[in-house]
Design a protein around this ligand. Structure first.
Ligand SMILES: [Zn+2]
Length: 353
């Protein structure tokens, strides 16, 4: 009996010790090769990390997404160089301005960085001056909280491993932002769309009219059937429209439609965070959902009907059963009704201007 307790205690000790070791250790790097020209690389197993897409084109390597931690970006870059056997990085594309997608830009300072025209302003706010000080403070607070939380979690549990990985990332991010950090802004900017002709690949870049931030873009590479969409809307839930962004749905849907309705095959959709997933079918259904509401509500508005009529007319059950099994409520918010209100507001505002 006694020895069983001793062994049990020893096991607990060992796992705690391994935990501490791991927190100071390099997180594992993962890569997925879609084919000889398309590689996806990310670091870590539990918490959301950035899944970087690398494309080996005739005119150089194109990378989509940097991350928060530049030592991670350096490892990702190295893995790309090794896999492709070359280091001619031509472009880095930022999918939006958020710090967890752009702080690592400096690792690709030798390439041309491309993004939506609103990326530099957003980056400046988060990654320079007061914004940067606030961000570092926030991370320090998070580290403290997580270290405290870790003490109360069951080692070997998923929560424990997640928290441990979170702490390891913060331990890298904080000193990296405090010293040697050079905010590196995109130098090639566009508003609505842009095409990069890479010889054997066409990189189509489209603004999404402001769905997650005011700087979201989606990238489509028709030759590879590849879509990269940053943080917009994951597979598990109905897209949620952020009212405060005052999205320009005419741009959102025109550009999304250029990918979904062009008859070109989509084989793979990459969401930026490694713990998120978006199937090709859901990517198409998200477009159909938003487009149906936008067109339908515009027509109802023209006919002089009300927001209440609109809410009654479009239901998930009847009109969008594809999303029936997905998350359609957030806290107390009915996401579909919320979206109808947001779209109605946009239509009403555009008509009165
Ligand atoms: Zn984001």
């Amino acid at each position: 009996m006694r020895s069983t307790i001793k062994i049990a205690a020893l096991i607990v000790l060992i796992s705690v010790f391994t935990g501490f070791l791991q927190a100071g250790m390099e997180l594992p790097l993962h890569q997925k090769k879609l084919n000889d020209k398309v590689l996806i690389v990310w670091i870590g197993d539990y918490m959301q990390q950035i899944a970087t897409v690398a494309l080996a084109t005739k005119k150089g390597i194109v990378v989509i997404e940097a991350s928060l931690i530049r030592s991670h970006d350096a490892r990702v870059r190295q893995a790309i160089e090794k896999e492709f056997g070359r280091n001619d990085f031509k472009y880095l594309i930022n999918t939006h301005f958020h710090h967890d997608h752009t702080a690592g830009n400096q690792i690709y300072a030798d390439a041309t960085i491309v993004g939506h025209k609103n990326v530099p302003a957003g980056m400046k706010e988060e990654l320079t001056g007061e914004g940067l000080v606030k961000l570092i403070d926030k991370f320090k607070g998070m580290q403290k909280d997580r270290e405290e939380a870790l003490k109360h979690l069951e080692p070997e549990s998923r929560d424990y491993k997640f928290t441990e990985e979170f702490i390891a990332c913060l331990k890298l991010a904080i000193p990296e932002l405090q010293s040697g950090f050079v905010p590196t802004f995109p130098s090639v900017l566009f508003e609505k769309n842009m095409i990069l002709d890479m010889g054997d690949m066409t990189i189509e870049l489209y603004s999404l009219g402001g769905m997650h931030t005011d700087s979201d873009i989606v990238i489509f590479v028709p030759e590879e059937g590849l879509v990269a969409i940053g943080d917009v809307a994951p597979d598990q839930m109905l897209p949620y429209i952020r009212k405060e962004l005052k999205s320009d749905f005419s741009v959102t849907l025109e550009n999304w439609g250029r990918i979904v309705e062009s008859g070109r095959e989509i084989k793979y959709v990459n969401m930026a965070h490694s713990d998120m997933f978006l199937s090709v079918e859901t990517f198409k259904e998200q477009y159909r959902y938003l487009n149906t509401l936008w067109q339908g509500l515009s027509e109802m508005f023209r006919q002089g009907l009300t927001l209440e009529d609109a809410k009654k007319k479009y239901t998930i059950e009847k009109d969008f059963p594809y999303f029936k099994e997905k998350i359609i409520k957030m806290r107390d918010i009915d996401i579909n009704e919320h979206n109808i209100e947001a779209i109605w507001e946009r239509i009403a505002n555009s008509q009165t201007i």
